[in-house]
Design a protein around this ligand. Structure first.
Ligand code: SF4
Ligand code: SF4
Length: 372
């Protein structure tokens, strides 16, 4: 199916069509001064006129009379919590009256979800999480059930924040794959392009019009301008050799003195997947829940092995994060673990900037160059 134009006044029809296909609709809304994904029923709940201003350690929203609903970059939240739950029970052990143990898995039948407003960087991050959870030797049932229930409505990003650098990682500002349907927002409406079979079925239920040459040219111009507006970049797409040749670089200690080891960066990062597993035992010891929850390589417990925290100093934890994210991910998953969303820069309370720290450590080396 070719693309079509959806008038702004018909945006509710998209939500209605998603609801009619028995999906719970999740969309961006303004809550507590930030844009977050929440269940929505009406197009009027979308953040029409809201713009974001982001900088290292800074996030602010301002409201304008701009009719657009997606004139902002990314909020703190990506798709990660929708597929990889921040905290969930994996199994439960119960002792019966004869003292026998029984193990049960919680019933998990997630409702079909449709998420509106997903950016290219977050789709790239989801594809990386798929590699880790869905396609690994031990496919994760919990992740897979949620992932299969997900319908993605991508929206091209025309308003990158000052912290964005997805153009340099090749993951934005427009999504090119991994979605069901994509919207390109213009002042008077949206160019709609379906990618999957489910997306094509949905598009057929929408009142689409012919896309004019002027609308197509405007969309291309906004996409190019969004790429050109990005101010940050990583020093290369594959920094594995350059980083591992500099494990003793003095800049690790410099960043270690600024870093609070709070783990904000790993919480907001859409590709971070580290977690811990713990047992919560009932007070009468008759049952115990085995719980998985997000963890961070910045926590002391994450490197606790046989009575010893192997990364006791903060600079060692930052080095672990950066060398994994930008280095050893290449060997694990065939690409860097950074999709350029800029969240770790914005939401770091002390404004530590992954692009600046990587540049300070590898200097002006070329990709793959290992010279210290
Ligand atoms: S490392 Fe930072 S910029 Fe890269 S994907 Fe994670 S949060 Fe986004
Ligand atoms: S880099 Fe920033 S967000 Fe990450 S742990 Fe350190 S202080 Fe926290």
């Amino acid at each position: 199916m070719k693309d079509g134009f959806l008038r702004r006044s018909d945006l509710q029809r998209l939500i209605d069509a998603l609801t009619a296909s028995h999906r719970k609709v999740i969309g961006p809304v303004v809550r507590d001064g930030a844009i977050v994904f929440e269940p929505i029923e009406r197009a009027t709940q979308l953040p029409s006129g809201w713009h974001d201003e982001q900088a290292p350690g800074r996030y602010r929203l301002t409201q304008t009379d701009d009719p657009r609903c997606f004139a902002w970059a990314v909020g703190a939240q990506a798709l990660k919590p929708l597929t990889f739950a921040p905290r969930e029970v994996l199994w439960r052990a119960e002792r019966n009256e004869r003292g026998e143990l029984h193990f049960t898995e919680p019933a998990l039948t997630p409702p079909p979800l449709a998420v509106i407003g997903v950016r290219g960087c977050d789709i790239a991050a989801l594809q990386l999480q798929d590699q880790h959870f869905a396609y690994s030797t031990y496919a994760d049932t919990y992740y897979n059930r949620r992932r299969r229930a997900l319908f993605i409505v991508a929206v091209d990003c025309a308003h990158p924040a000052a912290t964005c650098f997805c153009a340099s990682t090749g993951d934005g500002p427009a999504a090119t794959s991994g979605f069901d349907i994509a919207l390109t927002e213009l002042d008077d409406g949206f160019i709609v392009a379906a990618r999957s079979e489910a997306g094509r079925t949905l598009a057929e239920a929408l009142p689409l019009h012919e896309v004019s040459d002027a609308q197509r040219a405007q969309a291309d111009a906004e996409r190019d301008a969004a790429s050109a507006a990005q101010q940050r970049t990583l020093p290369g797409r594959n920094l594995a050799a350059a980083l591992f040749a500099r494990l003793d670089h003095p800049h690790w200690k410099d960043v270690g003195e600024r870093c609070l080891a709070c783990g904000n960066c790993t919480s907001v990062c859409p590709t971070c997947f580290c977690h811990s597993e713990n047992d919560a035992t009932a007070a009468d010891a008759a049952s115990a829940d085995h719980i998985r929850q997000w963890d961070s390589c910045f926590s002391a417990g994450h490197s606790y092995i046989h009575g010893w925290v192997i990364r006791g100093a903060t600079h060692l934890r930052y080095r672990q994060w950066l060398t994994h994210k930008l280095g050893s991910w290449h060997e694990q998953y065939g690409r860097s673990g950074c999709v350029g969303c800029g969240r770790c820069i914005t939401w770091c309370p002390v404004g530590i900037d992954i692009t600046a720290e990587a540049a300070a450590i590898v200097g002006g080396v070329r990709e793959g160059d290992a010279r210290p």
